[in-house]
Ligand binder design. Structure first.
Ligand SMILES: NC(=O)CC[C@H](N)C(=O)O
Length: 366
């Protein structure tokens, strides 16, 4: 196990607030939008979720790294967060199945982190002030210099990031002889979505973010289309909005998760907006208004669909509502085979209450 230095490090927020902590991961400097996740477990799935690309993650659970890193528990092939802010950064781990320590993992992948931060205080601050950019450094300890660097970091509002995390080449997932074929538009797809498909007799082919509907249709003749989760601002992705419009036009079965949900709304003329604070955690109650039941859901989003526009829309109907803030969590397009949810039914990590949505998608393809 690598030596853990406990050198000083600084976290500076865009509003000028400074937190002092200890260096973790690679010695260096990193920037991004700061966000927090309230999950009590599943840190590695969070680190590797491509939807977090470009974001600095604050974990509210007091212990991170305590069960180590396992090569099996990833949602993509690398760490996607821009940096980690945590309280106790445990390089000693207690799990037989773990492959390495959190420190080795972050160091190997050159990700700069900061530990020994009072994350309760930090999260209360972000909760009151809203999402903002931040910088972590364990090499520059001069706050004025950090402020100057932070000033040049772009705002998440208006940022297109999916093309940076999407696959460059197509690939397939699952059994070639499966009953159903799904074309996956990879805007930052999580592996557990593909696993959920293959468990349901679906053979998936994953396409780069900018692939058109015509190309996917000609290449794979799929029974349905999946629009994935992913990072960045959905309104900055006209290419994907056009693809979704074409799929709708052809009236193919379509399922969208998170970013895919926002794009389905945009394709129906419903705008999205940046949230004051995103939803990120594993215990968000959502009401399925078609079935009149509540699901406990896994969430990770910083943008949302504009509620009034959804309610006023003649094209879509609301299927799911967030019980914490009444925001729209699911829609379906009237007279089409297309639906989407803002939360994460593949729940990795998270409760499995919403896995039925994958079954619903398969039913649409029958
Ligand atoms: N998990 C996701 O797909 C996130 C979607 C979008 N980037 C957001 O932050 O709202």
């Amino acid at each position: 196990m690598t030596n853990y230095t406990k050198l000083p490090a600084i976290l500076l927020l865009a509003d000028g607030t400074v937190f002092h902590g200890k260096a973790a991961g690679k010695i260096g400097t990193t920037t991004g939008e700061i966000c927090f996740n309230t999950g009590m477990t599943g840190y590695q799935e969070i680190f590797t979720d491509p939807s977090y690309f470009g974001q600095i993650m604050v974990t509210t659970n007091a212990h991170i790294g305590n069960y180590g890193i396992s090569n099996e528990e990833t949602e993509s092939n690398k760490i996607q967060i821009a940096g980690l802010v945590c309280k106790n950064y445990n390089i000693a781990y207690s799990r037989k199945q773990a492959d390495e320590s959190i420190q080795d993992y972050f160091q190997e992948q050159n990700i700069t982190c900061i530990s020994d931060i009072d994350t309760r205080q930090l999260v209360r601050h972000i909760r009151d002030k809203g999402a903002m950019n931040a910088i972590i450094s364990s090499e520059i300890l001069d706050v004025e210099e950090l402020k100057a660097r932070l000033a040049s970091v772009p705002s998440m509002d208006g940022l297109e990031l999916s093309s940076q995390v999407s696959t460059n080449e197509t690939y397939t997932f699952g059994n070639e002889d499966a009953t159903y074929r799904v074309a996956v538009l990879d805007l930052g797809v999580k592996k557990n979505i593909l696993r959920n498909f293959s468990e349901r007799d679906v053979y998936a082919k994953v396409y780069p973010a900018k692939t058109s509907f015509e190309e996917m249709e000609a290449d794979f003749k799929p029974n349905g289309y999946f629009i994935s989760n992913g990072p960045g601002d959905p309104s900055a992705m006209p290419y994907a909005i056009d693809t979704v419009k074409d799929i709708l036009e052809a009236d193919k079965p379509m399922f969208g998760i998170c970013l895919g949900h926002q794009l389905l709304a945009l394709a129906n003329g419903i705008p999205t907006k940046k949230m004051f604070n995103g939803h990120r955690g594993l215990n968000h109650p959502v009401k399925n208004i078609l079935k009149d039941h509540c699901e406990v859901t896994s969430q990770n989003h910083g943008f949302g669909v504009v509620q009034d526009a959804v309610r006023a829309s003649e094209k879509v109907e609301i299927t799911h509502i967030n019980l914490n803030d009444q925001s729209i969590e699911g829609i379906r397009v009237k007279d089409k085979k297309a639906f989407s949810v803002q939360y994460h039914p593949e729940s990795s990590p998270g409760p499995h209450d919403s896995r039925y949505l994958f079954d619903d998608f398969v039913d649409l393809m029958k």
